[in-house]
Structures are given as structure tokens and as C-alpha cells.
Ligand binder design. Structure first.
Ligand code: ADP
Ligand code: MG
Length: 388
């Protein structure tokens, strides 16, 4: 289980170290940085699958994702005696992301490429400058197991270090380059752990949404991010998963309703939703946005193969408040078999989660443009050191 998440220099998250529990609920006003934390977690996951650089490019490049404030806000700046002004050179700036469980931790630092002396279209590409894997809940040089500095990766072997790769491209994570189970088993284990994280963000429910279309189905223990395999995922839950939980969730949300999956002769799976009072079931195309979205959450949260971490962003979006108690129940249930991270600003969902679950609430606040965790002090901040 993830115990600590640390982010430095990413958008409004200038420096944040966050303790985590089984069920985590991130709340806060508009613009407090909730989505920034979600995106930072996604970037960490992209690192493991080798896509961090293109993910950053899609966000407008590293330069735009850097914390836009000064490195330090001095007391004089706070009082307003002097203007807020920058005090760090671009070349030294790093975007840093890291996490730790009780046993292991990982961190990555990204920076801008020094301009090459010839004309290049890639002059603003970020580079991976530093990566580390260590033993224990925070980094110490003595507990490091794998260190990457620029293009070189070395692995601890007893009291010595062994270089396993000297030519890791600066735009690639060591996860994609050093995954030899005999030389660096820690890299492989960490990569598999992070690759297993699952993210669900605003599902599409417009008329052309993939979730509304009949789809070829195979056993689907993990619903895709866009919900295109919704029918197959629900059928899998019915056959090998928590069918009782599925029926209970649907009955709580839509009393008297139930679902069935129709499989056509050519193998297309489609969803049928039988509602109390109607003479025939509705098909995926006919469902209301809210109903479809609720069914997507059911399929995501009742997965028969729980991930190591499930991150869900504003699941309340376009759901009727009546559905939120049933949604909260599903989230709490999911947290019994996986670590869950919910970003929400729905008061109903928040109070349902707090009332019924053992929920770790992280309330965000913003001061001088910087996201802070409300009520956090030195005692409640987990130990964290970035590799130098
Ligand atoms: N590069 C940046 N540096 C500092 N702050 C930023 C940067 N990019 C975005 N922000 C701030 O992040 C905030 C948006 O945070 P977001 O996580 O989307 O909020 P919400 O909590 O509503 O999801 C905006 O208010 C903006 O001021
Ligand atoms: Mg947001």
C-alpha cells in the first residue's frame, strides 16, 4: 500500500508530501489543486509505462507545468513589503514526483534539456535527470537500491554498486530500459506495481460514447478507461465476480431495476436495462447520461481483479444526488480490496464516504497560489527526502 506521495514543482503543488491510507478522499475548493494532484499521479504512472515525456508534451511542455511562483516566498513577500519575485534559474528547475510504501519507494526528477548547439525542434523536450528506488519509507543514500543519474543506472550489490546501463536515453525512464529480472529485480517489481494502478476520469456518455455501442466481448476483469467494454465487464462480474454486489448496487440506485447482457450471434455484447414500470428493457443507446455513468462506476469499482491503486476523479459528475449513497457504498467496498483515491467536491459524496467508511480526508487549500494540505504540520507530514 502506498503510504506517502510527494510532488515538487508541479503546477500549484510547489512542495507537497501527503500521507495516504486505504481510502483517501481529496477535497477542496475550486482551483485548490485537486486535479493537479490527480494529474501528477497519472504522470507517475506514465513514467512506468514509458510515456511520461509525451504526457508532459500534451500538457503544454515541462516549462508550463512547472510551479509558476518563486522558489521561496519570503516573509517580506508575504507582508507585501516587496513584490513576489523569482529566485531560481530555469536550468536548475526540476519537476519531482515520488511515492513510498512501507517497504519501497521511487522518485523521478525531470528537467529541461540543455539547448543543443545545432538547430533542433526538440529543444524544449524534458529529460529524466534522476530516478531512484530505495528500501524503506523514505530515501536515504544508504538505503538506495537503484540509482539513475542522467544516462547511467547502477544497482546496489551488497556493499558495491554495479553499473547496469550507461546509455539510457534521457527521454526514457529506467523502467523501460532496465528491466532485466536478474540484474535489477527491483526495477521490474516497481514497474509492475505502478503499471497496475488504474485511473478513471470523466466517462463519455454522449450519444456516440463507446459505452453505448454494442461491442465484441471477451472476459473483461478490468474495464478500460473509456468504458467501451462496459457490457463485457458487467457480464464478467455476473459470471465470476460479485454478482450479488452488482444487483444490490443497481437496486439501491434504481429500485426495482436490473440489467442483462445480450450477446448477438456475431458476438456483439450489448447492455439491457430493465426499469420498473417499462414493458421492455432499454438498450445502451437509450439510457440517460446519469444511469449510464452509474453503471460505468459499478463495472469499474466491482472489478474482479482489483488493482494496487484505483484513482477516481470527481465520480459525482452528472450523477443525480440520489445515486451518490450507492456510489459511496461501492467505493467503500472497493477500498476493502484495493487502495482507493477519490477526488471529489460533492458534499453528499464526501459526507457519505466519511460517515460510512474509514476515510482519510485530505482537504486542500491554496495560499499565495500554492496548494497546501489543511491542518498539516511537521508532525503529520511523513518523512521525505528527494535524492540529491
Ligand atoms: N504552472 C502553474 N503554476 C502554479 N499554479 C498553477 C500552474 N498551472 C495551474 N496552476 C493553478 O492550479 C489551479 C488549478 O488547479 P486544479 O487542480 O485544476 O483545481 P481543482 O481543485 O479545481 O481541480 C489553478 O487555480 C491555477 O492557478
Ligand atoms: Mg478539477
Amino acid at each position: 500500500m502506498l503510504k506517502t506521495l510527494a510532488i515538487s514543482n508541479y503546477r500549484s503543488l510547489q512542495e507537497i508530501v501527503m500521507p495516504l491510507e486505504r481510502l483517501n478522499l481529496v477535497t477542496g475548493g475550486n482551483g485548490s489543486g485537486k486535479s493537479n494532484i490527480y494529474k501528477a499521479l497519472r504522470l507517475l504512472a506514465e513514467t512506468a509505462s514509458g510515456g511520461v515525456i509525451s504526457a508532459l508534451a500534451k500538457e503544454g511542455g515541462l516549462e508550463s507545468t512547472y510551479w509558476a511562483g518563486p522558489k521561496a516566498i519570503t516573509n517580506a513577500m508575504r507582508r507585501g513589503d516587496v513584490d513576489i519575485q523569482g529566485n531560481q534559474k530555469i536550468g536548475n528547475k526540476r519537476l519531482k514526483l515520488g511515492f513510498a510504501s512501507d517497504d519501497f519507494g521511487y522518485s523521478v526528477a525531470l528537467g529541461i534539456t540543455p539547448p543543443v548547439p545545432y538547430p533542433s525542434a526538440f529543444n524544449l523536450d524534458p529529460e529524466i535527470k534522476r530516478e531512484s528506488i530505495w528500501q524503506g519509507n523514505h530515501y536515504r543514500p544508504a538505503s538506495a537500491l537503484v540509482e539513475r543519474k542522467d544516462a547511467m543506472v547502477k544497482v546496489r550489490e551488497g556493499r558495491k554498486w554495479q553499473v547496469v546501463n550507461q546509455h539510457v536515453p534521457m527521454y526514457e525512464s529506467m523502467f523501460t530500459q532496465v528491466a532485466d529480472p536478474s540484474k535489477a529485480p527491483e526495477v521490474l517489481a516497481m514497474r509492475e506495481y505502478v503499471k497496475n494502478w488504474r485511473f478513471y476520469d470523466h466517462f463519455r456518455t454522449d450519444v456516440d460514447a463507446p459505452a453505448r455501442q454494442p461491442q465484441l466481448g471477451t472476459r473483461t476483469t478490468v474495464m478500460s478507461h473509456d468504458g467501451s467494454d462496459l457490457a463485457a465487464a458487467l457480464q464478467t462480474i455476473i459470471e465470476i465476480g460479485d454478482e450479488a454486489g452488482l444487483n444490490e448496487a443497481i437496486d439501491q440506485a434504481f429500485p426495482g431495476a436490473n440489467i442483462a447482457i445480450k450477446v448477438s450471434e456475431d458476438g456483439l455484447f450489448s447492455l439491457l436495462f430493465q426499469q420498473h414500470g417499462l414493458l421492455r428493457p432499454l438498450t445502451g443507446k437509450e439510457l440517460s447520461d446519469g444511469t449510464l455513468r452509474f453503471l460505468l462506476w459499478v463495472a469499474a469499482l466491482l472489478t474482479p481483479r482489483p488493482p494496487s491503486l484505483m484513482v477516481i476523479n470527481e465520480p459525482e459528475t452528472s450523477l443525480h444526488p440520489d445515486l451518490l449513497p450507492a456510489l459511496a457504498k461501492l467505493i467503500i467496498k472497493a477500498s476493502q480490496s484495493t487502495q482507493v483515491w477519490v477526488v471529489s467536491h460533492s458534499d453528499t459524496l464526501i459526507s457519505e464516504l466519511q460517515y460510512h467508511g474509514e476515510c482519510h480526508c485530505i482537504q486542500l487549500d491554496k495560499q499565495f497560489g500554492q496548494t497546501l494540505i489543511q491542518g498539516q504540520d511537521l508532525l503529520t507530514t511523513p518523512s521525505w527526502h528527494w535524492p540529491s
